[in-house]
Design a protein around this ligand. Structure first.
Ligand code: ADP
Ligand code: MN
Ligand code: MN
Ligand code: MN
Length: 343
């Protein structure tokens, strides 16, 4: 019996990359399922905005392997895109992540909208709108829910693949949903998120649905889609403290523009100050404040100001490698001063 390998990578489109995949079989006798033993492969970079036509070969370097939940004797192989000489391609944002940051844990809240192939949210009547927002968030019942079968199938296959997808909920707009994806270490967390997005695209395809990550797909009084990024690190989990956390958050404010630059394209259409967002123009933080840029969750306060923080600014279409790299960089830039401020 041969083994099927589905290679997955991010292309070179700007400002938002797309997931690409192609599959091949390898003989099972000599396949160990260790990522080191997965054959390096390649693709035509001139078709993915990663190369010019006259010199178009890009290298797919396998970096993590998962059980494939949709096929027997099969794996998903997440890859970094490399030049022929082994250096990372400019589109390879995973290569920017530090190797010494596994004390950082991340929990992404991936919001999205399931749409028809003509870009109408599932559950919206043709050419019109459903009842106003209010009843849809965490709803039950066919009047207020659309797309649940796809959502449940996706969660099941993510768990079968071993991804850290820990929960789901219906969101504020009809046809809008969220899942939470958690991982220890930025590479693990981000790799799982990319593969979870890949699997959702495949599952939705089967029902002729589109996995839409636009930060604000429907104009008017309808919520946009974000990707709140919850993060923690040793000192925040083990020591924390109110003064430390407030000084850390204050320090984040100095880098507001650097964060927004990598928090997803079109985010200005979402971060309006309405619909549970903070305005893009102003950085803020606050305890339990869903109108703040960074929220200090109630769980962190009630745990003696120890735990995690929620950055509410990233958009649904954000690149998790860029987002987590930026958070790590800012924490490392302001940690010392926050320690001093907390005495
Ligand atoms: P809410 O909708 O109230 O903002 P969710 O329950 O949807 O909250 O998401 C909370 C997220 O926080 C989850 O992804 C969870 O994995 C993550 N999380 C919890 N504890 C930590 C931690 N110590 N470090 C990083 N992320 C965490
Ligand atoms: Mn949530
Ligand atoms: Mn949400
Ligand atoms: Mn949240």
């Amino acid at each position: 019996m041969d083994t099927r390998l589905d290679y997955v990578w991010l292309d070179g489109y700007q400002p938002t990359t797309n997931i690409r995949t192609k599959a091949q079989i390898v003989p099972s006798e000599d396949f160990s399922a260790d990522v080191e033993d997965v054959p390096v492969w390649g693709f035509d970079g001139s078709s993915t905005q990663q190369a010019e036509g006259h010199d178009s070969d890009c290298v797919l370097q396998p970096v993590r392997i998962y059980d494939h939940p949709l096929h027997d004797h099969a794996h998903i192989v997440l890859c970094e895109v490399m030049h022929e000489d082994g250096t990372p391609h400019p589109s390879n944002t995973r290569a920017l992540l530090p190797d010494d940051a596994d004390e950082f844990w991340f929990g992404f809240e991936q919001e999205y909208v399931l749409m028809t192939t003509d870009d109408r949210p599932i559950g919206f009547p043709k050419g019109g709108f459903p009842e106003p927002q209010g009843p849809y968030y965490c709803a039950v019942g066919a009047h207020n829910i659309a797309g649940r079968d796809v959502v449940e199938d996706h969660w099941r296959v993510c768990r079968e693949a071993g991804l850290g997808v820990t929960g789901i909920n219906a969101e504020v707009m009809l046809g809008q949903w969220e899942y939470q994806c958690f991982g220890k270490g930025p590479k693990r967390a981000c790799d799982d998120l990319v593969v979870s997005r890949f699997l959702m695209s495949l599952i939705a395809e089967r029902s002729d649905m589109v996995f839409n990550l636009d930060p604000h797909p429907i104009q008017g009084d309808w919520n946009g889609s974000g990707m709140h990024t919850n993060f923690s690190f040793d000192h925040l989990r083990d020591v924390g403290g109110r003064a430390y956390i407030e000084a850390l958050c204050g320090g984040f404010g100095r880098f507001h523009d650097d964060h927004l630059a990598v928090y997803g394209a079109g985010n200005e259409r979402r971060l309006t100050g309405a619909h549970e967002t903070a305005s893009i123009d102003r950085f803020s933080y606050g305890a339990s404040d869903r109108g703040a840029s960074i929220r200090i969750p109630i769980h962190t306060r009630s745990n003696g100001w120890k735990g995690y923080l929620e950055d509410r600014r990233p958009a649904a279409d954000g690149d998790p490698y860029l987002i987590t790299a930026r958070i790590i960089e800012t924490v490392r830039a302001v940690h010392e001063e926050a320690l001093q401020a907390s005495g």
